[in-house]
Design a protein around this ligand. Sequence first.
Ligand code: NAD
Length: 268
Amino acid sequence: MKVKVAILGCSGRMGRNLIQAAIEHKSIELVGGSVRKGSSFENFDLGEIAGIGAIGNKTTTDYQTLLAADVLIDFTSIEATLEHIQWCKQHNKALVIGTTGFSDQQVETIKAAGEHIPLVLAPNTSVGVNLLFKLLEITAKAIGDYTDIEIFEAHHRFKKDAPSGTAVKMGQVIADTLGRDLNKVAVYGREGITGERDSSTIGFATVRAGDIVGEHTAYFADIGERLELTHKASSRMTFALGAMRAAFWLSGAPAGYYDMQDVLGLKD
Ligand code: NAD
């Protein structure tokens, strides 16, 4: 049986890719999609929004029409996602959250929702990036205590948050592995007379330019050698396909707060 999925924010950059990925996925049935109130894409055919031809299913701002879905997929905005979580709790729907930029407090709210419904919070739904998280854990364990650790990320000019949720998660994975508190050791950009590098810090550098889909590199640098672990996304379809994988996995899961490591079976 196919998993019934609805896409929230389906006229956005990710929304369009999510529609295409849902239509092409053999185990998923796309049952609806929302746009924000007042959007010029209200009542548009979902297939036409994705540029793949009409499918006879229209966008809505009325969430009651999405009740047929087993799983909702949300790549919208922080405010919208926090509202969507409440709706999913009320209607007992599973939720895949791809939206990024939540504060620690907002993440606590999302975790608490996981006591009532199954949800995946995934600042990056790419399978490659989630494998990168695992490789960072292995690398940090082996050499993190004596190398300088820096994280670089680059995205398109329209991205609203920085550093990216993925870069922060990379830092979190490394800090957790090394028993450091990321809030204390993170250095977000440098300017002026900064002094010598403090070896316990984890540095972040950000580029925003053109149409870069998403690039992330972690540097583990020692004297004489450095290891760089890099992921480059060349199309948003990679995130959309990962989100479908999460939706399919979540449809069989009990209430809980999950991440892509759970979805991909990468947890020890
Ligand atoms: P976007 O601005 O192109 O799309 C967001 C869409 O959400 C817009 O169409 C907007 O109208 C819609 N929206 C806002 N409020 C809404 C509401 N209440 N109901 C329905 N729709 C609503 O942005 P984007 O590039 O598609 O990114 C969206 C989010 O996903 C961002 O937070 C981004 O950082 C994140 N993102 C995550 C991943 C990942 O792998 N998890 C990948 C890419 C982007």
